[in-house]
Design a protein around this ligand. Structure first.
Ligand code: ZN
Length: 383
């Protein structure tokens, strides 16, 4: 089946304006396995878009060679609302201007609607359950009547993703190494090959059904939530859903885009969506660690931020990661407040040097293996 390109029109919010979502399909609609890849839901995070820019011609060639066995849906820029948010020569794509919502929150938890539709029909046949649940999820989405552009965007994106076997949501951080957020259900398991194939320097696993309704979270949690809700039925984790953080916001170049695309292509081949040999699995860079072991450094006071440690470094508990400098304090070193790691682990994300920092601002994240008491009860990815 040839590659197709379509556009979904979103409802206009103001007279004379109108936006849409462009998506590509490779392979036959309904063929299995199905993969769904989207980028830039945080619209100012374009490294994933660059990876998809390089991946799409590879998929066109694979399609022509008859190598696409399943279905691959690619959305290079899922968020035209965020893409249009320009203010004073700045592009602000993380929060919606209209409702101030983080674009990667409040996605749709369909487990209740699906349980209502088919809950009593789910039994011991896992494959039959998967088919029923996917159909019910799509029917639930089709029955929704979103009013705003953002609500419609959420419904339409999930119509493309919710029946997929693999969902990859491509993001990036401010200054970071390549890292991955997954569900505990998938580790060790299918997410291990994903982490190895894409070269993740850190992988963090979340609870199977986190409170935070991120896009990759809701797509994966549908299965875990239904399994919890209907324990007598055999409901497998039928979707590997993950958030890939493609390094830093400015890491957009052809070399990285091309190598990230090759890695994604190899993973899709390994999963049998593209036929052919994937080759040996690359060496895993780091084992997954729990979200509850992620130390988050918060800023204690206002000031100017300077780091002692580069992103990607292994750090020790007690090691100073950065300092906040009070610019109005003339005492030199005494004007500097050190912020230290509370775990041993990988400093996978931080902000750039020289930023203004304020009380409560997140300064860095460290992936540690040990659960941290101060992180208890915290869940959800920060992206
Ligand atoms: Zn993001």
């Amino acid at each position: 089946m040839p590659h197709s390109k379509r556009r979904i029109a979103l409802p206009s919010m103001t007279p004379g304006t109108g936006r849409g979502i462009v998506f590509h399909r490779f392979g036959r609609a309904g063929a299995r396995p199905k993969a769904y890849l989207q980028a830039a839901i945080h619209a100012n995070e374009l490294p994933g878009t660059m990876a998809l820019h390089h991946l799409m011609p590879m998929l066109v060639a694979a399609d022509k060679a008859g190598r696409i066995r399943g279905e691959i849906v690619v959305v290079p820029t899922i968020n035209p609302i965020g893409l249009s948010q320009l203010a004073g020569s700045n592009h602000l794509g993380r929060y919606e201007f209209l409702g101030r919502e983080n674009f990667n929150r409040n996605w749709l938890d369909l487990s209740g609607a699906v349980a209502e539709r088919v809950g009593t029909r789910l039994g011991r046949d896992a494959a039959a359950n998967v088919a029923l649940i996917r159909k019910a999820a799509l029917a639930s989405l089709a029955a929704m009547e979103p009013v705003t552009e953002l609500q419609t965007l959420r419904v339409e994106a999930m119509k493309l993703s919710v029946d997929a076997d693999i969902v990859l949501d491509l993001h990036c951080d401010l200054q970071a190494v390549l890292h991955l957020f997954i569900s505990r259900q998938d580790w060790p398991g299918p997410a291990r090959a994903l982490a190895a194939d894409i070269g993740a320097a850190a992988t963090l696993y979340n609870e199977p059904y986190p409170e935070t309704l991120t896009f990759s979270g809701v797509n994966g949690a549908l299965w875990a939530r239904l399994a919890q809700r209907i324990p007598a039925a055999h409901i497998p984790q039928a979707c590997l859903s993950a958030t890939i953080e493609y390094r830093s916001q400015h890491d957009v170049n052809h070399a990285l885009g091309a190598s990230d695309a090759r890695n994604l292509f190899r993973f899709l081949t390994r999963r049998g969506i593209i036929s052919g040999r994937a080759g040996p699995l690359p060496r895993l860079k780091a084992a997954a660690t729990p979200i509850g072991g992620m130390d988050v450094g918060y800023c204690p006071k206002p000031g100017m931020l300077v780091y002692h440690v580069a992103a990607g470094a292994r750090v020790r508990k007690g090691q100073a990661i950065c300092e906040v400098i009070d610019p109005g304090d003339a005492r030199g070193p005494k004007a500097r407040t050190q912020i230290a790691s509370r775990t041993d682990g990988i400093l996978f994300s931080r902000k750039p040097d020289g930023r203004l920092a304020w009380p409560g601002a997140v300064l860095y994240r460290i992936a540690g293996a040990k659960l941290l008491a101060h992180r208890k009860g915290m869940s959800g990815v920060d992206d």
